[in-house]
Design a protein around this ligand. Structure first.
Ligand SMILES: C[S@@+](CC[C@H](N)C(=O)[O-])C[C@H]1O[C@@H](n2cnc3c(N)ncnc32)[C@H](O)[C@@H]1O
Length: 281
């Protein structure tokens, strides 16, 4: 038996000292390099680490930090199985809470930022707190943080908006066309059943038609995919809005729609503030 295995067995036999708590940490998007020092230390010191990360390399790296590790991946539908993702998420939350109730110091490592477009962290923390356990979240580097860096855009220059693509379609959202618009989970746009892992050209055509209320069909948009491994480059594919239904979309694709017009001065506000338009740089 290796010393690592001996340590693992020994740890599972020793009753934990902690009174049960859960911490969600983010691993960032890229293998090993985008995690905070604090989050890494939480992983190393946990009684048990759950993870949901984009590739086997990242998972193996987590195991090297702490061998008491369980992947949450098996809760997703198996091939040919039809399973609602709501069931998947509640099973994940229950698996995490079960270990907290046993008194373990549980750390859950999710890729990106653990609380950005990710529900199991928020659901688990809410439930753990309701049951009287300590629960917290540490921030991580999200896909959006990588996008601004790779595309060389300062989102503060004109503001920005972010929506989950299906929610953008199903609810009344009005994009501000002076700002950058991000549509997350674009590869699932309009997939409301929560059982499929891709959308269709037809649904994307409906999205394009919807967007054409505010954006010209000839407007250039970007499909963005941050690199998950240091040997990869980000995918930054520029295309016309009307081409979106035929584009290659992956689960990790995010759609970025640049502004169509420049910011317009609010002249009424300038007057109230006693500022003349020529004073604004
Ligand atoms: C469930 S959300 C998880 C987001 C994650 N918590 C984060 O902080 O980035 C999944 C969506 O995040 C975006 N995403 C995930 N990985 C990405 C990547 N490598 N590049 C660009 N966007 C990514 C995509 O929009 C994808 O559909």
């Amino acid at each position: 038996m290796s010393s690592k295995e001996a340590k693992t067995n020994q740890q599972s036999l020793v009753p934990p000292k902690s009174a049960g708590k859960v911490t969600f940490v983010g691993t960032g998007l890229q293998l090993a390099g985008q995690i905070s020092i604090l989050s890494k230390s939480y992983i190393e010191n946990a009684d048990l680490v759950f993870s949901l990360v984009p590739d086997g390399f990242t998972e193996r790296w987590l195991v090297s930090l702490n061998p008491n590790h369980r992947s949450l991946q098996p809760y997703y539908a198996r091939k040919d199985e039809v399973k609602n993702r709501r069931d998947t998420y509640s099973q994940m939350v229950e698996a995490i809470l079960e270990q907290v109730r046993l008194g373990l110091n549980v750390v859950v490592a999710l890729y990106g930022h653990p609380g950005v477009f990710a529900c199991i962290s928020h659901l688990s923390i809410k439930q753990a707190k309701k049951e009287g356990y300590f629960a917290e979240m540490l921030p991580g580097i999200s896909a959006e943080a990588c996008l601004w860096a790779d595309l060389g855009i300062d989102p503060g220059a004109s503001g920005h908006q972010s929506y989950e693509a299906t929610q953008f379609m199903l609810y009344h959202h009005e994009p501000n066309t002076n700002t950058h618009l991000l549509l997350w989970q674009i590869s699932l746009a309009g997939e409301h059943t929560l059982t499929q892992f891709s959308t269709t050209s037809e649904r994307l055509a409906i999205l394009v038609d919807h967007l054409s209320q505010w954006y010209p069909l000839e407007h250039e948009v970007v499909i963005y995919e941050a690199a998950n491994l240091p040997i990869q480059s980000p995918r930054i594919e520029k295309l016309l809005l009307k081409e979106l239904p035929y584009a290659r979309l992956e689960m990790i694709s995010t759609l970025m729609i640049p502004p169509v017009q420049k910011l317009k001065l609010n002249l009424a506000m300038l007057e109230k503030l006693g500022i003349s338009a020529s004073d604004i740089g």
